[in-house]
Design a binder for this molecule. Structure first.
Ligand SMILES: Cc1cc2nc3c(=O)[nH]c(=O)nc-3n(C[C@H](O)[C@H](O)[C@H](O)COP(=O)(O)OP(=O)(O)OC[C@H]3O[C@@H](n4cnc5c(N)ncnc54)[C@H](O)[C@@H]3O)c2cc1C
Length: 686
């Protein structure tokens, strides 16, 4: 190992492959040298991949990670058991359920290791193989013709594989994907009285203080144990209060004791994954890769599975992006994500319900079943058995809350507004004034602005991009599309139809969790159906736009197979949108499309952009304003250039609006595709 102090770090050849004068290349470079990096390195070592390789660790705190007990459960046949066998400090095969009941684990062993053991494992590897350690570095990735690099002391450092495990930041104000904390204080104690050797995982005989709080007992010998006071809540434990609680608990239950050492910590519990933490050509590890199980805080087993997956792929010489894509493609049943979401909502918004849920789970069920469920390996039947033992009301409440999410709220608003328009449709004047107001306000507040923030999105997936470059490219693309409309409107129309099907399908697919092809097919169906059920209006507008007679019809029957498909695929909101599409057949084409565009397309996109750029709605609107004004100026240009003077025929006006939308949405659609591709790495990594 080459250890380089004081921010200076490079060891000269033969350990580097020089790329050019100011550039060096490692085989593996790690930013952050904590638990997940150690687990990853162990897997590389196991496969012989560290032999004569150059490894770089970038961490200002290397080897000094806070000691803590790290527990996990596993079947002795699982590879984690073999791989971590030499690190296991203690294991248990029985769990105490209450004062009189002890459960013998049939399929699992509950194991304990420690951060200290992993640190010494890391130290051993660094002294055995060619490691360099560096404490100061630029922290920001750059890209050149040789790929990703990071500047360290003015030198470019490249690596065949970059890994990043810097702890992610979370958004505590996110109401849709809540964040809570698992905070705890543990005392390693020597008891005066001998104690039984059973593990106790959740003893709720402690005050709840408005949170979900319980004790863990991990006995190591008859008179020694780690006793941990844990809180699930939106506020971390206060150390002094926690200390008092734990001292009271131990004294009441075990009598006199002596404190040997203490450990404390806090694990974020959330399903959030932030897009800014995902970088092309870099493999995220640990909590940064979203591997912490959001409802338990356990991570070691996931880290092991992730690291061994990556190790296998590196043995096959796959590059980072392929590895990430293959990992994201591994099928993980989404229902567990849903269950975790429900429990997190309960723990965040109804913390006093937590005790009853966990008590039912631990007292009435078996730990073997629970561990299997938490490993996300249970069958639907086993899950039904577990849920039947839980109080139903909290989960009904959480399901209702979850259904009342943005997707569902948006869809409900779309349906309600459509029904209102249908009711007022006999009053033609009222209906047209109302639709003008609703669509006008919708376009100014969200329709146009949602596409006027692309300059803030591009830097997320394209590190080296200046605002000026983005804007210039945008304007060029807009005018190219306009020129195409001018010279070859039919081709422009076909392109418009195709990329709209792609873009709208993609956005809906993001909301519903569809695959790319599915999303595109949905987009095609959407336009086929909407235009086909409004064939007369569509014919006239398209005729003005293209000077060609394009005409097709669609019947509402076409919705039936699509609804069945979405129902079978358990895509409830997608099936509900089909119900809206049926209602839409009774509305005028422009109104139906406008409502869909503003409420179902622009609003969810706006929300996704908001998460990515962390701004308030008003800040976003203000950032979009100059571009919105630019778009309207372009609109005026279209009117002037096309010499449209009379709008007595509304269809002419609509045709102009669609040409305008085609021009401004053409570059936007491609930005969104790349933005969603970057996000995919985030969400599928769950
Ligand atoms: C007290 C406690 C007990 C836990 N118990 C368990 C358990 O029993 N079972 C279980 O499965 N999980 C447990 N966890 C969770 C688990 O330990 C953590 O989630 C795990 O450490 C995450 O690993 P990581 O590699 O992502 O992050 P870490 O292990 O925290 O490593 C991150 C590394 O990045 C470094 N770093 C930070 N910022 C930068 C930067 N800007 N640049 C470069 N490097 C940086 C840090 O110095 C650190 O070395 C526990 C956590 C705590 C806090």
């Amino acid at each position: 190992m080459v250890r380089l102090e004081g921010g200076y770090c490079f060891f000269s050849p033969p350990f580097f492959l020089p790329m050019n004068e100011m550039s060096m290349k490692y085989d593996f470079a790690f930013i952050g040298a904590g638990i997940s990096t150690t687990v990853m390195l162990m897997q590389l070592k196991k496969r012989g991949l560290l032999e004569s390789k150059r490894v770089l660790l970038l961490d200002s705190n290397v080897f000094s990670i806070q000691n803590k007990s790290l527990c996990y459960w596993c079947n002795p046949d699982e590879s984690i058991y073999q791989d971590f066998n030499h690190l296991i400090e203690k294991n248990w095969r029985t769990v105490r359920k209450n004062t009189s009941d002890v459960e013998k684990l049939e399929s699992f062993v509950y194991c304990q290791t420690s951060a200290a053991s992993l640190v010494s494992e890391l130290k051993q590897m660094t002294s055995f193989y060619h490691f360099d350690i560096c404490y100061e570095f630029a922290e920001v990735f750059e890209t050149d013709e040789n790929g990703r690099y990071m500047e360290v002391n003015g030198e470019k450092v490249h690596a065949a594989y970059w890994f990043d495990s810097r702890p992610p930041k979370y958004d505590s104000n996110n109401e849709v994907t809540p964040l809570i904390y698992q905070s705890f204080l543990g005392l390693n104690v020597k008891l005066n009285q001998p104690h039984t050797m059973e593990l106790e995982l959740m003893d709720f005989n402690v005050p709840q203080d408005g949170y979900t709080q319980f004790m863990y007992i991990l006995p190591t010998t008859e008179q020694e144990a780690l006793i941990e006071f844990t809180r699930f809540g939106d506020c971390e434990l206060h150390e002094e209060t926690a200390h008092q609680r734990i001292v009271d608990y131990i004294s009441t239950r075990f009598g006199e004791f002596e404190i040997v050492s203490q450990e404390k910590g806090c694990i974020p519990m959330t399903q959030q994954l932030m897009i800014e933490h995902i970088a092309d050509g870099v493999i995220e590890l640990g909590s940064r890769a979203g591997l912490i199980k959001s409802t338990t805080g356990y991570v070691l087993k996931n880290m092991h599975a992730h690291a061994s997956f990556i190790g296998d792929r590196i043995s096959e010489n796959l590059h980072s992006e392929q590895i990430k894509m293959e990992w994201n493609a591994v099928k993980k049943p989404r229902r567990f994500h849903f269950y975790d979401g429900l429990l997190l909502s309960i723990l965040k918004y109804k913390p006093n319900w937590g005790k009853s849920i966990f008590q039912h789970l631990t007292q009435k069920g078996s730990w073997d079943e629970t561990f299997h469920f938490l490993d996300e390996k249970s069958t639907l039947g086993q899950e039904a058995k577990i849920f039947s033992k839980l109080p139903i009301l909290p989960f009904l409440w959480a399901t209702a809350r979850c259904l009342n999410n943005q997707n569902f709220r948006g869809l409900s608003l779309l349906i309600i507004l459509s029904v209102i328009f249908l009711l007022v449709s006999p009053l033609q004047n009222v209906s047209s004034i109302l639709s003008g107001i609703v669509l006008g306000i919708g376009m100014i507040t969200i329709g146009i602005p949602h596409g006027a923030l692309d300059h803030l999105l591009v830097p997320i997936f394209k590190a080296k991009s200046s605002s000026t470059q983005i804007i210039v490219k945008y304007i060029i693309h807009m005018f190219l599309m306009f020129a195409l409309w001018y010279f070859s409107p039919f081709v422009a129309f076909l392109i418009f139809l195709m990329f709209s099907a792609w873009h709208f399908g993609e956005s809906d697919g993001e909301s519903w969790g569809l695959k790319r092809t599915e999303s595109f097919l949905w987009g095609l169906f959407f336009f086929y159906f909407l235009l086909g059920t409004h064939n007369h209006e569509a014919f006239q507008i398209v005729h003005i736009m293209t000077n060609k007679s394009i005409y097709w019809t669609a019947s509402w029957y076409a919705l039936i197979p699509v609804m069945i498909y979405f129902t079978v695929r358990k895509k409830g909101t997608a099936a509900l949108l089909c119900v809206w599409l049926y209602l839409a057949t009774f509305l005028p084409l422009v109104l139906a499309f406008g409502l869909y565009f503003i409420i179902h397309h622009s609003h969810p996109s706006w929300k996704r952009i908001q998460v990515a750029i962390s701004k308030t709605g008003l800040q976003m609107w203000m950032k979009a304003l100059p571009f919105q004004i630019g778009a309207w100026i372009f609109f005026v240009f279209c009117i002037w250039f096309l010499q449209i003077k009379s709008y007595s025929d509304l269809n002419e006006f609509y045709a102009l609006i669609f040409v305008f939308i085609a021009c401004i949405s053409w570059p936007h659609a491609w930005v969104m595709t790349q933005f969603y591709a970057a996000r995919k790495g985030v969400f599928d990594a769950k």
